[in-house]
Write a protein that binds this ligand. Structure first.
Ligand SMILES: Cc1cc2nc3c(=O)[nH]c(=O)nc-3n(C[C@H](O)[C@H](O)[C@H](O)COP(=O)(O)O)c2cc1C
Length: 385
């Protein structure tokens, strides 16, 4: 019998055998102005190092509006980048302080807002230079641009040009024609945006940013609900935010020790993997006769694999060894074989041979168990019985 994605079940939850409650499964992800660590995280970048920059005032206003929507927000001010960062030796080896203060927040942010001022019909050179030093992967990252100018065009050309440099790095850029702040001097005071109309536009952008982050995550199914399923030992359809559905009997849920979110799920018995209702080729109950296991969550470097269309974006090259480290501590190491995608073309299954999956030194999958089909997804968003 072929063993497939059977995990060493290191954590078992003993819960009273209750019937699985029917009804809505949504969790309240965050409350407004909360400090919850699972609140959507946004980085706002002030796109110049000019002293007294209006960009910083716009960035600070955006921070306030995003906080009002319940996000966690950090403003990165280009004026705070140590000038020594921009050295000829630092292109691929940025200094530790830059990594900590700029690269890491960018990598971890689910969404980024960049305030781009217009300098001579384009965006500031320092903004391009800054991003040339940023090592954080931008692939799949949602980036919203806000343009400001003294003139009447609100930096439209600057935004178009800067957007091109970001899409070259496979970022998902929006807002290039929506938030343009023209005659900026008359719209700000010493510290923030005071113009009511601009604030209104920025507020609706902030709402959209947070809503789309929540939609992308999906409303997480409470962990307790999954644990009850484990106890009940009944067949169910567990869907991840990537749209991948695992159809089988949930036998274990391993939690991320840091935040109690789901780090790994495991089924026992015949299991199939579907993109909504379509079973993926080769992912039938026959293939996964004895069960299926997969990590759930964000990679350690902040990447959400479900936002990607190409395996190369996370360094997966056919026939080559690869290592994926999740923020939960789960590590997947093996030879990349192939990927399978959703109808929309996003990654849903990534397959490895000769693969080891571990968590804190414990084996969840061993090479001798055969092919490892890793499901893609950062959260469990639906359970159907
Ligand atoms: C070097 C430089 C070039 C500029 N070129 C333009 C321009 O081409 N068109 C425009 O409307 N405003 C231009 N401005 C005005 C800026 O858009 C305006 O001062 C804005 O506040 C700049 O953002 P900052 O305050 O964050 O530096 C320029 C300003 C600077 C400093």
């Amino acid at each position: 019998m072929k063993v497939s994605n059977i995990a060493a079940l290191s954590v078992v939850f003993f819960i009273s055998v209750n019937a699985i409650a029917a009804g809505p499964m949504c969790a309240d992800l965050f409350s407004k102005r909360s400090n919850k660590s699972n609140a959507p995280s946004v980085v706002v970048i002030s796109g110049t190092n000019r002293e007294g920059a209006n960009s910083l005032k716009v960035a600070e206003t955006m921070r306030e509006l995003l906080l009002d929507e319940g996000a966690q927000v950090e403003v990165l001010d280009l004026a705070k980048v140590p000038p020594t960062t921009y050295s000829s030796q630092n292109y691929s080896h940025t200094p530790k302080t830059f990594q900590k203060k700029f690269d890491e927040p960018i990598a971890k942010a689910e969404s980024i807002v960049v305030v781009v001022p217009e300098y001579f019909g384009s965006f500031p050179g320092i903004l391009k230079t800054f991003f040339d030093y940023v090592q954080a992967p931008l692939a799949g990252k949602s980036i919203t641009l806000v343009g400001i100018s003294a003139g009447k065009w609100g930096a439209r050309n600057a935004l178009a040009g800067f957007a091109e440099t970001l899409t070259h790095r496979k970022a998902s850029v929006s807002g290039t024609s929506r938030i343009n702040i023209e005659n900026v001097e008359s719209k700000v005071d010493e510290t923030q945006v005071i113009d009511a109309d601009i604030r209104k536009r920025m507020k609706s952008a902030a709402q959209e940013i947070v809503e789309s982050m929540v939609a992308q995550r999906g409303e997480e199914v409470p962990v307790e609900k999954l644990q009850k399923l484990v106890t009940a030992q009944i067949h169910s359809e567990v869907s991840l935010n990537s749209g991948l559905t695992v159809s089988g009997t949930l036998s274990n849920v391993i939690l991320n020790e840091k935040n109690n979110s789901v780090a790994y799920i495991q089924t026992s018995g015949p299991t199939s993997l579907k993109d909504q209702y379509r079973t993926h080729v080769g992912q039938t109950p026959d293939m996964h006769k004895t069960g299926f296991g997969t990590p759930v969550g964000v990679l350690k470097n902040g990447i959400r694999i479900s936002t990607l269309k190409n395996p190369e974006d996370i360094g997966l090259i056919e026939g080559e060894r690869a290592k994926l480290e999740f923020s939960s501590g789960v590590v997947v190491e093996g030879t990349f074989v192939r990927s399978q995608k959703s109808r929309q073309g996003y990654l849903q299954i990534v397959t490895f041979m000769d693969c080891t999956v571990t968590l804190n030194g414990k084996f969840l999958f061993r090479p001798s168990w055969g092919r490892f089909d890793m499901g893609v997804g950062e959260s469990v968003v639906q359970v159907k019985l």
